[in-house]
Design a protein around this ligand. Structure first.
Ligand code: 13P
Ligand code: SF4
Length: 295
């Protein structure tokens, strides 16, 4: 099967997250972090967007490009953290804190985005929160990212008890052990990691931030505290540098295989659909976030 021919025939673009399997990363038109994927989805002029990632990424693409056909090669690829925030509980929290604004991580369902004032990704969470004049911020759903943001602002961050199991399972001891083995390595970790792990790091970045940093850093070795898929990209783009992974795996991200991608392109299924009202209400918080950009 000639993937390029199929893509042309369907007028499709392939967006892939940095945690995708190597076979997917190699054929992606755009490879990036959550913010970069949302930006690509809003700019593409193709009829079809194939999102190789998890459910909330495909939903975000549809919200930004509602006239396009958006497909996710396996509908079972769902982010467990996104499922931790429910509309009922968020409505309750909003009632309990009437002066607070709601900042939702893009790792949320479209329904949660529709109830939010503004979205953020790990690339811009600090700036998004700081852009708001309100003194109280309800931050949904990643507690670790919320705690990380709290380090940079005097606004009160009201946390939601959500977490990413992949980053929660990265332990400080693991990072310290890797550092003992590779003493010259810089430590880069994701802000979804626990505060103890963040405290061991030289730099805290989204996956896209890690890609940029590794390229421009004078260091030749890096300890990477995030999902292991990113190390494939880092090694490919920096063949003269070494990357040591915590070997953390997101099984949801790995559900997208090359065979499923081809099947999706051939059939334009499984397709992502959302109610018009949700699309309408969720678009503004995402667009506000994109205006704030990266930092
Ligand atoms: P970023 O690639 O935006 O840093 O997100 C990490 C993540 O966990 C996505 O599911
Ligand atoms: Fe969700 Fe974590 Fe997997 Fe990202 S890495 S999709 S946040 S479970």
């Amino acid at each position: 099967m000639n993937l390029d021919r199929l893509k042309k025939e369907k007028n499709a673009v392939i967006l892939a997250h940095n945690y995708q399997l190597p076979e997917i990363q190699d054929v992606a038109d755009y490879l990036g972090d959550s913010l970069a994927l949302a930006q690509s989805a809003s700019k593409t002029d193709t009829d079809v967007i194939v999102v190789c990632g998890v459910d909330f990424m495909a939903e975000t693409a549809l919200i930004l490009s509602p006239d396009k056909v958006v497909v996710l090669p396996d509908l079972a690829a769902t982010c467990p953290m996104a499922a931790m925030a429910t509309p009922e509980k968020l409505k309750r929290m909003k009632n309990e804190h009437p002066n607070a604004r709601v900042v939702s991580y893009v790792n949320t369902t479209a329904e949660i985005k529709a109830l939010s004032d503004v979205c953020c990704t790990s690339a811009n969470a600090v700036n998004v929160v700081k852009s708001l004049p309100e003194k109280e911020i309800i931050f949904v759903p990643d507690m670790n990212l919320g705690k990380y943001v709290q380090r940079f602002t005097s606004q009160k961050i009201i946390l939601w008890p959500g977490y990413c199991y992949v980053h929660r399972d990265i332990k400080k001891e693991q990072i310290i052990k890797l550092k003992k083995m590779h003493q010259d390595a810089e430590i880069l970790v994701h802000p979804e990691c626990s505060p103890e792990v963040i405290d061991t790091a030289d730099f805290v970045y989204s996956t896209g931030g890690m890609v940029e940093h590794a390229k421009k850093s004078n260091s030749k070795e890096f300890i990477i505290g995030t999902e292991e898929g990113l190390c494939y990209r880092l090694k490919k783009e920096n063949p003269d540098k070494k990357f040591y992974s915590t070997n953390s795996v997101c099984s949801e991200m790995k559900k997208i295989t090359f065979e499923k991608l081809v099947h999706s392109l051939e059939t334009l299924k499984p397709r992502i659909n959302l109610p018009d009202k949700i699309i309408e209400d969720a678009r503004e918080p995402i667009e506000k976030m994109m205006k704030i950009g990266k930092r």
